[in-house]
Design a protein around this ligand. Structure first.
Ligand SMILES: [Fe+2]
Ligand SMILES: [Fe+2]
Length: 251
């Protein structure tokens, strides 16, 4: 079987995204034309249905929320570039997960009647994406690697994914921490290893007010799948440039 290029990203937080970082990732997508793409959650920020918006003029739900629109457009654009890729959309604690909780409290009949579903919001299926709920367990993707938005949160890069790996007992690619990092534990006696990767973010931290001094790193994950071997590299974005192999991208 031919090798598979696997491109991932997470924590775009539309409309609090950084357009230059998103366009950098799109350039990499166009260049690589990967056979697999995973969006690892928090693509739509969903501020309007968050607990912070509660009681404010921002609170509410509508299909015309900018975050929903931009997420839909993002999926459509990816599909246009890689129509045949194996594409997965893992929901985060933001996005549909948050809208769903708000609707459950404020307009539960719209969920029962399926007026609003992830497909109605983002049209992921239409854009060739397989949908995964945030509450679902991590999804097996390639070799030893499972994908999820992530559950644990620790202050330091690599530690959040370490905790998920140890809790779940599998190797994980994830977002959620907004940190870029990797962690690995090897067991030479029987040759096992468990490893985890945190994919950074593509958002604009200046628009996210919930952390005074966020220890966040911009970036994304890139992998090559060769049979059962999966080689994954966290790609850092520095001053709107990043590197795939020896090729430098700038936006
Ligand atoms: Fe996030
Ligand atoms: Fe998150």
């Amino acid at each position: 079987m031919a090798d598979i290029k696997w491109l991932m990203c997470s924590d775009v937080h539309f409309p609090r995204h950084d357009p230059r970082k998103v366009s950098l990732w799109m350039d990499v997508l166009r260049y690589l034309k990967p056979q697999a793409v995973d969006l690892l959650g928090d693509i739509d920020d969903a501020e309007e249905t968050s607990q912070w918006a509660k009681g404010s003029s921002k609170e509410g739900f509508s299909l015309s929320l900018t975050g929903i629109d931009l997420t839909k457009e993002f999926l459509r654009e990816i599909h246009e570039i890689v129509p045949r890729a194996d594409k997965h959309f893992h929901d985060g604690n933001h996005g549909w997960h948050r809208h769903k909780k708000w609707l459950d409290q404020n307009a539960p009949q719209t969920l029962l009647d399926k007026v609003y579903t992830p497909e109605v919001l983002y049209e992921g299926k239409k854009s060739g994406f397989e949908w995964h709920e945030y509450e679902d367990p991590p999804v097996h993707r390639f070799g030893d690697i499972y994908a999820h938005h992530g559950d644990s949160i620790s202050k330091h890069s690599g530690e959040s994914v370490r905790n998920d790996c140890l809790n779940w007992g599998v190797s994980v690619v994830r977002g959620h921490s907004h940190r870029l990092g990797r962690w690995e534990q090897t067991y030479p006696i029987d040759g096992r290893s468990i490893r985890g990767f945190e994919g950074g973010h593509l958002c604009d931290p200046s628009q996210m007010k919930y952390d005074r001094s966020p220890n966040w790193q911009s970036g994304f994950l890139f992998g090559m799948v060769s049979g059962d071997d999966v080689l994954i590299t966290p790609i850092e974005i520095r001053n709107y440039s990043c590197m795939i192999g020896t090729k430098i991208f700038r936006s």
